[in-house]
Design a binder for this molecule. Structure first.
Ligand code: R5P
Length: 317
């Protein structure tokens, strides 16, 4: 595989239980076996962790997205602690999805800054580096006092859409916050840009106030970092259809797909939903018209480059 032809000596990849499929794909790309780890439960439900092979002096990468349940985060912390106490030479936390990142500032009285708390816990557990994909805010990198390599899934999506014959596509940002990402996306696809003015009257409720840009007669690609309850993208899809858009494609890196998400996606005027595998999606949570894309190759390259002390920045483009 391109960019992976360097020795993997001393490299160990450990996985929690949150996304074993992605970990296995990365191990395959790297040409190594996943490190043997025993992850179980005590009778009362507490997590027990044991690394079942020697990692002393090794360059250890621990993969675990921290989407709910919170046990995923706890498992990650326990794996890091186990690797540190087993004398790993370097520990990199590979977090395809950074959960608890949405509360990232004190914008109301008496709220926590959950994203900072989680970063503190991961750092205190003993990581030397963090490797992440599409953080909810790019500046979350600064919440860690260890080096962070922040990858973008955008090239995975743009490669997918380049293969399709879309009708004069417009890339649509579903809210003002995602306008910058959507602009980069549109530039790569040589498409035009539209931005939705979204209002959130309350958490997890989304209302489209206005659409800025011309979408009539165009295929639209709505891009977001995550789909949680799918209110944002399905309301946006309806608004675009109402303005005469042709086919509507949706892409999002992180598939939380909670509560009513699958029903909303199935009922909305959407031609295709492209999601990545940063979060494992069980069969029963898969919407119709789903197209799965993998970030496995991207993460494999980042791991290999990190391990061999090569620049990772080519993967940030
Ligand atoms: C907002 O800042 C995010 O980019 C997503 O648009 C949002 O979190 C998606 O949530 P939901 O799917 O519940 O509308």
């Amino acid at each position: 595989m391109d960019g992976l032809a360097v020795p993997s000596h001393g490299l160990k990849l450990l996985s929690g239980t949150a996304n074993r499929g992605l970990a296995e794909e990365i191990a395959r790309n790297l040409g190594i076996d996943l490190c043997r780890v025993n992850l179980g439960r005590f009778a009362d439900g507490e997590i027990s962790v044991r690394i079942d092979e020697n990692v002393r002096g090794n360059d250890v990468f621990i993969l675990q997205p921290t989407n709910p349940p919170a046990e995923n985060l706890l498992e990650l912390l326990l794996l890091i602690d186990a690797a540190r106490r087993a004398s790993a030479a370097r520990i990199t936390c590979v977090m395809p999805y950074y959960g608890y990142a949405r509360q990232d500032r004190k914008d109301q009285p008496r709220v926590p800054i959950g994203a900072k708390l989680v970063a503190n816990m991961i750092t205190a557990a003993g990581v030397d580096r963090v490797l992440g994909v599409d953080f909810h805010q790019h500046q979350l990198q600064g919440f860690f006092d260890v080096p962070v390599d922040h990858l973008y899934a955008m090239p995975v999506f743009t490669a997918h859409y380049r293969k399709m014959q879309l009708n004069d596509p417009v890339v649509v940002a579903p809210d003002v916050g995602s306008a910058k990402m959507a602009r980069g996306f549109a530039k790569r696809l040589n498409a035009s840009l539209a931005i939705i003015d979204k209002r959130r009257p309350q958490a997890n409720v989304s209302e489209v106030v206005n659409v800025v840009g011309d979408v009539e007669g165009h295929d639209c690609i709505l891009v977001d970092d995550m789909i949680d309850t799918a209110g944002t993208v399905t309301e946006a899809a309806r608004a675009l259809k109402g303005l005469g858009a042709k086919d509507i494609y949706i892409c999002a890196t992180h598939a939380l797909l909670s509560g009513p998400a699958v029903k909303r996606l199935n009922d909305a005027p959407i031609k295709e939903i492209a999601l990545t595998d940063t979060i494992a999606i069980p069969e029963e949570r898969r919407p119709k018209n789903l197209f799965m894309l993998s970030v496995g190759e991207l993460i494999s390259k980042a791991i290999r480059f990190t391990h061999s002390e090569q620049s990772v920045s080519s993967l940030f483009d």
